[in-house]
Design a protein around this ligand. Structure first.
Ligand SMILES: Cc1cc2nc3c(=O)[nH]c(=O)nc-3n(C[C@H](O)[C@H](O)[C@H](O)COP(=O)(O)OP(=O)(O)OC[C@H]3O[C@@H](n4cnc5c(N)ncnc54)[C@H](O)[C@@H]3O)c2cc1C
Length: 470
């Protein structure tokens, strides 16, 4: 009898546990080819990222080991998936191609083209869930519209049915004689980042999830805003699908308690922004709120460079930007502060911030990055008056890094600045500067702008295009 062959085309679902597409392929076919296509449009495209590519290749290497342990291997091909996937399906005589559905306009158009080409050669395309906690295409408001506010989305989404969490397939058997190709040589993560935030791959991810659920999650509701710790640190693994969001959610729900509940709610933001991009794909280019499309942005290149390099003279902004450059990650509270600083203190276009994050963050992903950047620029969904999202970097530092642990770690030239001056080191007297070994303007920059004045400028700029209602 002829053996049935399936391809599982992997993209950002780089795992073997709780993988609906992989499990379905293994259940319905005798031979399964786990395939990854190295697409130059993504590797060298506008948002190409050395660190993220290195992280991805590390995940692929580890995934290959996981598949080998199950009796198979990861197969690699290079080129445009629209060409590569149907060609391989034809060569192998595959009956079906499985994959995990995605939400970005690029991914959806690519998948549409692959589906069409497969149809022409009589091969079934089988998209499956797997990237999110629930099916983000389903929730609608009472009026049948997509959601644009988080809380009602979350209330609707948490009522949606959940698929069961799946284990690994028992085995993955390749067709005989298939050439699996080799991973391209690439710089390692630790050659590109001074202190990589986390290690790639499913095993690391699962161990970190176990550790998180085993205890620290209990304190999440109280500690998640502490800049020096308190969050799960799982985002890069979730982004690459080394762990599934659905399994993460279930594990937290099984743990129970206030911390786990707050964590589950935070995970729902990820589903929310995926829903938003699926429903409003133009957001990738344009402000969701039309009235803000006429905002004019500054082309202050010096300001932008100082922001990227963590040399603005505002310790919390600089700590965040340096954490990003050194580790490929930044705490959420710091992301909000640096995002507010770029758009509301320097008046620089949020798209430039989004692009910079896309280049450096290990967890950068269009729906999440765009959604959060538009949130902090006050141009996106989940609206609040713009003046509510102008973050004061001094107050934020005093509140969320009271002992200065985070700032002193990432901005070591401020290590000996006394606590009471750490958020505003430019206020040190000459004597204090000498004692701290930190002369402002020599060892650490003076603030490049005055927050209080720039806040007023922002109020005027936003008010001009969005006058308050009578
Ligand atoms: C300007 C800006 C840009 C951002 N860009 C990205 C991005 O490209 N990719 C990304 O994954 N996150 C992004 N975030 C959201 C958030 O900062 C990170 O998800 C979070 O810091 C990851 O750390 P953690 O895993 O310890 O989070 P935890 O607090 O432990 O949260 C658990 C998980 O919930 C999800 N989550 C938490 N907060 C958010 C949020 N605000 N929006 C969406 N999902 C969330 C993440 O998947 C996260 O891993 C951005 C935030 C801002 C303000």
């Amino acid at each position: 009898m002829m053996e049935r062959i399936a391809i599982v085309w992997l993209r950002r679902d780089l795992r073997t546990h709780d993988h609906p597409a992989l499990s379905a392929a293994a259940a319905s076919c005798d031979r399964v080819v786990p395939l990854f296509v190295l697409d130059q449009r993504l590797l060298d495209g506008r948002f190409a990222s050395g660190p993220r590519t290195a992280f991805m290749l590390g995940c692929l290497k580890e995934l290959d080991a996981q598949f080998k342990a199950l009796g198979g291997a990861l197969c690699l091909r290079s080129g445009a998936p629209e060409e590569v996937v149907p060609r391989l399906a034809e060569e192998l005589g595959a009956a079906e191609v499985y994959w995990t559905s995605d939400v970005s306009p690029f991914a959806r158009e690519r998948d549409r083209q692959v589906t069409e080409k497969l149809k022409l050669i009589g091969v079934d395309a089988v998209p499956s869930p797997g990237n999110f906690c629930a099916d983000v295409s389903v929730p609608r408001t009472k009026n049948g519209k997509p959601f644009s506010v988080f809380t009602p989305f979350w209330k609707a989404e948490r009522e949606l049915p959940r698929r069961p969490v799946l284990g690994q397939p028992e085995s993955v058997r390749l067709p005989d004689g298939i050439d699996c190709g080799e991973l391209p040589a690439h710089e390692q993560l630790d050659q590109l980042l001074a202190q990589p935030f986390c290690k790639p791959g499913e095993q690391e991810a699962r161990a970190a999830l176990d550790d998180w659920i085993d205890g620290p999650v209990d304190a999440y509701a109280d500690n998640h805003d502490n800049l020096s710790g308190g969050t799960s640190d799982l985002s890069a693994w979730l982004r690459w699908g080394c762990i599934s969001a659905r399994e993460t959610e279930q594990r937290a729900q099984d743990r129970g308690g206030d911390g786990a509940a707050a964590f589950v709610r935070q995970l729902a933001w990820r589903d929310f922004y995926a829903h938003v991009l699926l429903m409003f794909p133009d957001n990738l280019q344009l402000e969701y709120q039309q009235k803000f499309r006429s905002l004019e942005w500054s082309d202050d290149e010096e300001g932008f460079a100082a922001w990227c390099e963590g040399q603005t003279g505002y310790p919390l902004v600089d700590a965040g930007m340096r954490q990003l450059a050194a580790s490929g990650w930044m705490h959420n509270r710091a992301r909000m502060v640096v995002g507010s600083f770029l758009t509301k203190d320097l008046h620089i276009d949020w798209r430039r911030g989004e692009q910079w994050f896309e280049r450096v963050l290990l967890d950068a992903e269009p729906s999440q990055n765009n959604g959060n950047w538009q949130w902090i620029a006050s141009t996106g969904v989940d609206p609040a008056p713009y003046f509510r999202r102008i973050f004061n970097p001094i107050l934020q530092q005093e509140r969320f890094d009271p002992a200065g642990e985070y700032v002193r770690h990432w901005v070591p030239e401020l290590a000996d600045v006394p606590d009471k001056r750490l958020a505003e080191p430019w206020k040190m007297s000459d004597e204090e500067q000498q004692q701290a070994g930190c002369v402002i303007g020599r060892d650490y920059p003076a603030p490049i702008v005055d927050h209080a004045s720039e806040r007023r400028v922002t109020m005027d700029r936003y008010r001009a295009v969005s006058p308050p209602k009578d």
